[in-house]
Write a protein that binds this ligand. Structure first.
Ligand code: FAD
Length: 232
């Protein structure tokens, strides 16, 4: 489906990430984890990029995507958008989806790769699914952590949701984990990992290293869904 919609809300998530909300068009159906392409026009120039929806299929009034601002051309065009400005969108696309079909899942996100995981967590929470979810988020610093308040809120509503954060370049005051996501962390946090279906999302090097790790742990491809945020 292709549609043009005006921005209804812009939410500053961190120092370098913003969410853009649009009215959800009639008949626009998607699954948690899917993405859209967003085309922006400035003067005679048109540029398109892919973005995972960070909203959930249960949110009927709006759709949302979240962009890490890079200072590059497309990013600056998006960053300068105001409520009422329009974008051309197309989708949904993508096979890394979740509709409640598994009893236990593990979500491994790197940086902005949290966007589909938020959609999956929100969907599971709103649908009151019994799926046990462990979300492991890897970020650089405290300032890079996204959707922390939203996840806190979801955890209050969803007893089946656990969130584990690790920061690779945390400040001295961070008392949490500082490792990259690795085999020993998975074994520690998810002793039942062999029973879980994995979802992996992040920049390509992160996804590649997670795939190597999971293969070393004998997790079969049939138990892994992944999305590489190509372009990072
Ligand atoms: C399926 C899918 C889903 C995605 N979902 C999201 C999402 O939810 N949120 C999100 O933010 N992104 C997402 N992406 C990535 C997104 O589409 C963009 O590629 C990304 O945001 C970077 O776009 P940009 O225009 O800001 O940067 P670009 O200009 O495309 O730059 C991307 C990278 O290229 C390098 N680069 C480019 N130009 C230069 C230069 N002149 N000098 C030095 N380095 C340079 C940099 O490393 C930079 O980080 C997704 C991608 C895919 C394929």
């Amino acid at each position: 489906m292709e549609f043009e919609e005006a921005v209804t809300e812009i939410i500053k998530r961190t120092y370098n990430a913003k969410s853009f909300r649009f009215k959800r068009p009639d008949g626009f159906d998607f699954k948690a984890g899917q993405y859209i392409t967003v085309t922006l026009k400035s003067n005679e120039k048109k540029m398109s990029k892919a973005f995972t929806l960070s909203s959930s299929p249960t949110e009927k009034d709006h759709i949302e995507f979240t962009k890490k601002l890079t200072g590059h051309e497309y990013s600056n065009m998006l960053d300068s958008m105001e409520v009422g400005d329009t974008a051309l969108m197309k989708g949904p696309f993508g096979k890394m989806t979740f509709e409640g079909e598994y009893e236990k899942i593990a979500l491994l996100s790197g940086g902005i790769g949290i966007t589909p995981m938020i959609s999956i967590c929100k969907y599971s929470t709103d649908m009151k699914l019994s799926t046990n979810i462990m979300l492991i988020c890897s970020d650089k610093t405290e300032q890079d952590m996204l959707f922390t308040e939203e996840l806190e809120e979801m955890k209050k509503q969803n007893p089946n949701l656990t969130v584990f954060n690790t920061l690779t370049r945390a400040s001295e005051s961070w008392t949490g984990c500082r490792e990259r996501i690795c085999e020993s962390m998975i074994i520690r946090q998810l002793p039942d990992y062999a029973e879980r279906v994995f979802y992996v999302c992040g920049p390509p090097p992160m996804v590649d290293s997670m795939m190597e790790m999971l293969h070393n742990m004998n997790v079969p491809d049939s138990m892994i869904h992944k999305e590489s945020l190509i372009g990072y």
